[in-house]
Ligand binder design. Structure first.
Ligand SMILES: [Zn+2]
Length: 299
C-alpha cells in the first residue's frame, strides 16, 4: 500500500481547521513521517497512525511548524516501546535543535533512534523498496527536501511468454538468468518504471525544488501564498500556488498535493485555480487535515 496520510496543513500557526504540518507516507511496510509540527501525536491518533508504523522521520528544517512535534512523537515512540530501529534525517546545522527536542523533558529511552543528519545533496538510504535522496532548498534557515525513488523493475508479458512456449518454473529461470533457449528477458517483458515521491518544503523557487519534483508520481509541495502575494513569498522564502503549479508542470508530476497554507486565506479553491493557471494538468489535491491520498497507479 502506498499512500499519503495528511496530519496537518497549516504554515506558521495552526488554525481552527488546520493543524501544524505533519505527513505520513506509507510505502509498502515502511512509514515515513515528514515534518511533525506541534500536535502531530494527536493527529496521528485521529488518522489511525501508530508509533509502530514509523520507520523513518524526515525533517526539512527547524522552524516550529515543521519540528515542534518531534518531542511528543519521540517520547511516544519510546512509551510504546517500538521494537524496530527508527532513523531520523534533518539538516545537520540544526543538530542542537534536534537534541533539544529529543531530550525536551525526562522520559525513559527504550528505542533505537538513529540520528542521520543531512549535510549536502545526495543519497541518504538505499532499501529494496526505495532510494531516499535529499536536495538543498532556499529558505532563511537551512532546508532540505526529500525524494523517494523506487528502482525500476520488469513486468512479464503473459502473451509473449506463451508465444515462446515458456511456462511454469522456466519463467523464474528466465528471470534469474536473463535468457533461456535463445529467448531473452527483453523478448517477454517490459521495464516497469519505479514510482517516485517528493516532499518539498519550505522554499523559494530553486533548482533543488525542480530536481526533487522531476518525474514524480506524487509531489507534496508548499504553497504558502497566493500569486498576488508573490513579493511576501520571496521575502520569506516561500512559494505561491502558481509557482508550485509551474514546478509540477515543468517536472512532469502526475499528482500534485498543495499544502502549508498561510492563515490569511480562507478559500482553498483559489490555490487550485492558480496552480492550474500556471499550466499544471495532472491530478491535483488541495490538502486538508486527516485526508488520505493514494499514489497514482503505475504507468
Ligand atoms: Zn513552514
Amino acid at each position: 500500500m502506498r499512500e499519503l496520510v495528511v496530519l496537518g496543513t497549516a504554515s506558521q500557526v495552526p488554525t481552527r481547521h488546520r493543524n501544524h504540518n505533519g505527513y505520513l507516507l506509507r510505502w509498502d511496510g515502511d512509514g515515513i513521517l515528514f515534518d511533525p509540527g506541534e500536535g502531530t501525536q494527536r493527529q496521528m491518533l485521529r488518522a489511525g497512525v501508530a508509533a509502530h508504523d514509523l520507520r523513518r522521520i524526515c525533517v526539512t528544517h527547524f522552524h516550529g511548524d515543521h519540528s515542534l512535534g518531534l518531542a511528543g512523537v519521540i517520547q511516544r515512540i519510546n512509551l510504546d516501546q517500538v521494537p524496530h530501529k527508527i532513523t531520523a534525517h534533518y539538516p545537520k546545522s540544526g543538530q542542537r535543535f534536534f537534541e533539544r527536542l529529543r531530550y525536551a523533558t525526562a522520559y525513559r529511552e527504550t528505542v533505537r533512534l538513529a540520528e542521520a543528519p543531512v549535510e549536502a545533496d545526495g543519497i541518504l538510504a538505499v532499501t529494496p523498496a526505495y532510494t531516499l535522496e535529499a536536495r538543498r532548498l532556499s529558505h532563511p534557515v537551512e532546508s532540505f527536501g526529500y525524494r523517494l525513488v523506487e528502482p525500476d523493475g520488469r513486468r512479464m508479458l503473459p502473451e509473449r511468454l506463451a508465444a515462446h512456449g515458456i511456462e511454469g518454473p522456466d519463467i523464474g529461470r528466465l528471470q534469474r538468468e536473463g535468457s533461456l533457449g535463445g529467448v531473452s528477458l527483453d523478448d517477454v517483458s517490459e521495464v516497469r518504471r519505479g514510482q517516485r515521491f517528493a516532499f518539498v518544503m519550505d522554499t523559494r523557487l530553486c533548482d533543488g525544488a525542480y530536481a526533487l519534483a522531476d518525474g514524480c508520481d506524487m509531489l507534496v509541495i508548499e504553497s504558502t501564498f497566493l500569486d498576488e502575494d508573490a513579493r511576501l513569498a520571496a521575502d520569506h522564502g516561500h512559494l505561491t500556488a502558481g509557482q508550485a503549479g509551474r514546478v509540477a508542470a515543468d517536472a512532469g508530476v502526475r499528482h500534485l498535493v498543495l499544502t502549508h497554507f498561510s492563515q490569511r486565506y480562507s478559500e482553498p479553491e483559489e490555490f487550485e485555480r492558480q496552480a492550474r493557471a500556471a499550466g499544471f494538468e495532472g491530478e491535483l489535491t488541495v490538502a486538508h487535515d486527516l485526508m488520505r491520498v493514494s499514489l497514482p497507479k503505475r504507468r
